[in-house]
Write a protein that binds this ligand. Structure first.
Ligand code: FAD
Length: 324
């Protein structure tokens, strides 16, 4: 159901039995034997009273948000030639290059025409020859659980889009006549709540390539924490041992409240570990496993945390999931 917002969790003791929602018609309730919280922010879990942390509690930081946008009317041959000419300057971390146009940002910064808290511009080819997607705005300290904070951040994102357009026009070859084709309809949030679950996934688990017995997915995305300590500080750590790590079903099972499963970037993981598993492929695989665990709980007349992880894994394998 689209156009439906969560209002609250409905609880019977320590069990969630449904949710209150706001629909176009007004307030309504939806009953459920199992609720899967895939809000990204752990909204259902938080409303149900599950303990959550926010960002990195030790450092008091949260990954920055980004308003994506697309540009067109770009002379892509000239832009690509500029990037090719500077390939040797790309900064490599663990053999991965992840910066672009930092040579142009330096020029703009020297002229006092850059105030975005980063040193490079991530751009990706679009569908059409003259089109590029821009992943560059950076909005710090956004609290995605606060309407006020989100609203201020959306405004700042739009201001940065305009600043980037000025930058493209003046400093980037091939972009002199670029126009905004579209911008994202909403801010992209990299981090907010981390729901405390039966197991807290840590960055060390990932870097050591640990594959627990109750793994419901295997992934290899690196720990990727953007700009935690300023413009030039994206932290990027790849697996040290093994080719992938596993994510245990226990990290999808919140503490204290029964009948609830969390899938997506709010699962029980430390801030750094979430920096790896928050990306789309693991999030989709979590949704797959959460759906199977929910179905098994309902058909077995039990609660999700009591479902046998071996049964979830068996069905995942039957459905061609990759479990190492
Ligand atoms: C700028 C940026 C770049 C990224 N780049 C990449 C990349 O290159 N590759 C990659 O794999 N990943 C990337 N990611 C990460 C990835 O896109 C997300 O972390 C991932 O999609 C999160 O999935 P999710 O299912 O947990 O949450 P989401 O995809 O955010 O889904 C949550 C859904 O819940 C809905 N919702 C939330 N709260 C409520 C509520 N209270 N009531 C009703 N509905 C609600 C939302 O509308 C949304 O539809 C990027 C993220 C950002 C921000």
């Amino acid at each position: 159901m689209f156009h439906t917002s969560l209002v609250d969790a409905i609880l019977k003791g320590d069990k969630i039995t449904g949710i209150r929602v706001l629909r176009r018609e007004g307030l309504a309730s939806i009953g459920a034997k199992v609720v899967i919280d895939a809000t990204g922010d752990g909204d259902v879990a938080a409303r149900a009273g599950v303990p959550c942390t926010f960002g990195n509690p030790e450092l008091g930081t949260v990954q920055p948000a980004t308003l994506f946008f697309h540009i067109n009317n770009v002379d892509s041959q000239r832009l690509t030639a500029d990037v090719q000419a500077h390939l040797h300057e790309f900064r490599k971390v663990n053999g991965v290059s992840y910066r672009a146009l930092h040579w142009r940002v330096e020029e703009a910064e020297a002229a006092g025409e850059w105030d975005i808290n980063r040193k490079s511009v991530n751009i990706y080819r679009g569908v059409h020859e003259d089109e590029w997607a821009v992943n560059c705005t950076r909005i710090a300290k956004v609290d995605a659980t606060s309407t006020e904070s989100l609203s201020a951040a959306e405004k700042e994102g739009r201001r940065q889009v305009q600043e980037l357009m000025n930058f493209f026009h003046k400093y980037v070859p091939g972009c002199e006549k670029a126009t905004i084709k579209s911008s994202a309809s909403t801010l992209g949030i990299r981090e907010s709540r981390h729901v405390m679950g039966e197991y807290l996934l840590t960055a060390d688990d990932l870097l050591q390539g640990v594959v627990p017995d109750d793994s419901i997915l295997c992934a290899s995305n690196s720990v990727d924490v953007h700009g935690r300590n300023g413009a030039n500080t994206t932290e990027y750590k790849t697996i040290q041992n093994g080719r992938w790590y596993g994510l245990p079903l226990r990290s999808l099972m919140p503490q204290h409240i029964d009948g609830l499963i969390v899938a997506g970037r709010a699962i029980s993981a430390s801030s750094d570990a979430a920096g790896a598993v928050r990306v789309m492929p693991p999030c989709m695989a979590m949704g797959h496993a959460a759906g199977i665990a929910a179905a098994l709980a309902v058909s077995g007349g039990t609660v999700p945390r009591k479902v046998d992880a071996g049964d979830v894994r068996r069905i995942l394998l039957e459905q061609k999931a990759f479990l190492g």
